[in-house]
Write a protein that binds this ligand. Structure first.
Ligand code: ATP
Ligand code: MG
Length: 439
């Protein structure tokens, strides 16, 4: 039975009580993206496996251990997207978006799938807000993308984040660096984990991203990419730092940040929080100047980030930020008797058409139970319709918080009266001294 009543490991339901917080986060992200001229892209949940092998990289954890890959009924290898960039690049190329003027600026909300060891902050289905910018090699583009994430965090009220940046160079300077790394790690073959041993041959930089404490300890003494940057990469990195300083975004240079996906070049960055205990990366990204061409497109610099929604929410909750958007029912219309229940149903429908959230009984409950339900859903006002009200065309509207009552029309005129009552109650709530002065 557990299979029927328990969600798969590493997945989460988002229930109405929490979805209001998600919506608030998404609103802020959407607004910020639009403010900076990014347009939303929605791509499929699954793609050809080949796409991720090519873009994410064959030596990465994601490709080697974490992908949800299966054969579909047509015997094609299909993978549930483990991240958002590959699909965005594929779609950008497929639809030739780069012909419409550069830079192309895209944002998305996606679910991502990775078969990981499920634990706090690490899920098998998680969600990202991501942005991608294609066609600018300027350090200003790096700073703009980083600034977008920083503004989102600021507007959400996430405090005490550290922005850590690094440069991992271009294929030319990285070749020299990789050789130096190989030499360094070769002295530790008796201690490195199995995965890192295979990385030593194929992609030694990946060792710097290993989560095993032993490998991480060895990595501490490894040569640093920043010492190997070529002149162009070095100038670019200086430009990024300068642009961030220009717009007042504090950062730390952290030479150990290399990122977990293969396609990165030059700038890489992470926003890290300790609000939930151990350091948690909530947003990560960087440049991937070679990827578009690698995927068969024109040579085109690009960059972006992915921001983990679940992790952002964990931090907000740890910081006790008030994210709950109140969205209760404005008016509950209780009914006594069959005729009145049709009248209540009709009135609730009409109120909704006018943009007022309204509810009525749909369970055939008695009056007392209806009022109890109104209380439970946090209705702001309630009214009761019975034979008497239907005859006179008037009912009593009760403010559920203060208990104050008003006689109102139940047909024409209700909307105007209701708006006036609501406005007055709002005023009283915001300025309690006003009602005191009246008495
Ligand atoms: P990590 O080093 O934590 O495994 P990563 O390098 O695999 O992260 P990215 O691929 O850069 O992460 O993903 C971007 C962001 O997505 C992360 O910074 C994080 O906020 C979020 N994220 C990644 N994997 C998960 C996961 N399994 N569960 C929840 N959020 C995740
Ligand atoms: Mg990972």
């Amino acid at each position: 039975m557990a299979l029927l009543t328990q969600a798969p490991r590493g997945t989460q339901d988002i229930l109405p009580a929490d979805s209001a917080k998600w919506q608030k986060m998404e609103d802020v992200m959407r607004q910020e993206a639009h403010l900076q001229g990014f347009g939303e892209i929605r791509t499929p949940v699954f793609e050809h496996t080949e796409l991720f092998l090519r873009s994410v990289g064959e030596t990465t954890d994601v490709v080697q251990k974490e992908m949800y890959t299966f054969k579909d009924k047509g015997d094609r290898s299909i993978t549930l997207r483990p991240e958002g960039t590959a699909g965005a690049v594929r779609a950008m190329l497929e639809h030739g978006l780069y012909n419409e003027g550069l830079p192309v600026k895209l944002y998305y909300f996606t679910s991502c799938y990775r078969y990981e060891k499920a634990q706090k902050g690490r899920l098998r289905e998680f969600h990202q807000f991501g942005v991608e910018m294609f066609g600018s090699a300027s350090p200003l583009a790096d700073a703009q993308v980083i600034a977008l994430a920083a503004s989102v965090f600021q507007r959400l009220g996430i405090r005490d984040l550290s922005l850590e940046i690094n440069s991992i160079g271009c294929p030319e300077c990285r070749a020299r660096y990789t050789a130096a790394l190989k030499e360094y790690f070769s002295a530790y073959t008796d201690q490195l984990c199995e995965t890192c041993l295979s990385r030593l041959e194929r992609n030694p930089m990946r060792i710097l991203d290993c989560k095993s404490p032993i490998c991480a300890g060895i990595a501490e003494g490894a040569p640093r990419m920043l010492d190997y940057l070529c002149e162009d990469c070095s100038r670019h990195f200086e430009g990024v730092k300068h642009s961030l300083t220009e717009i007042g975004i504090p950062y730390t240079v952290n030479p150990t940040i290399v990122r977990g996906l293969d396609y990165y070049t030059r700038t890489v960055f992470e926003f890290i929080s300790t609000a939930t205990g151990a350091p948690l990366t909530v947003c990560a990204g960087g440049r991937y100047d070679g990827l578009v061409e690698e995927m068969g497109g024109p040579s085109m610099p690009a960059l972006g980030f992915g921001l983990g929604m679940e992790r952002a929410l964990m931090i907000l909750e740890a910081q006790k930020a008030d994210l709950a958007e109140k969205n209760p029912c404005s008016v509950f219309i209780a009914a006594l008797g069959e005729e009145a229940s049709f009248a209540a149903f009709r009135m609730a429908h009409e109120l909704r058409l006018s943009g007022i959230s309204a509810a009525c009984d749909v369970n055939g409950r008695g009056l007392k139970a209806q009022m109890k339900y109104a209380d439970k859903i946090g209705a702001l006002y309630s009214m009761v319709l019975g034979d008497n009200e239907l005859q006179t065309g008037e009912a009593v509207l009760k403010n559920m918080e203060t208990g104050e009552k008003h006689t109102v029309f139940i047909g024409d005129g209700f909307l105007e009266q209701f708006a006036a009552i609501e406005a007055e109650d709002d005023l009283k709530r915001d300025f309690p001294q006003l009602s005191e002065n009246k008495e």
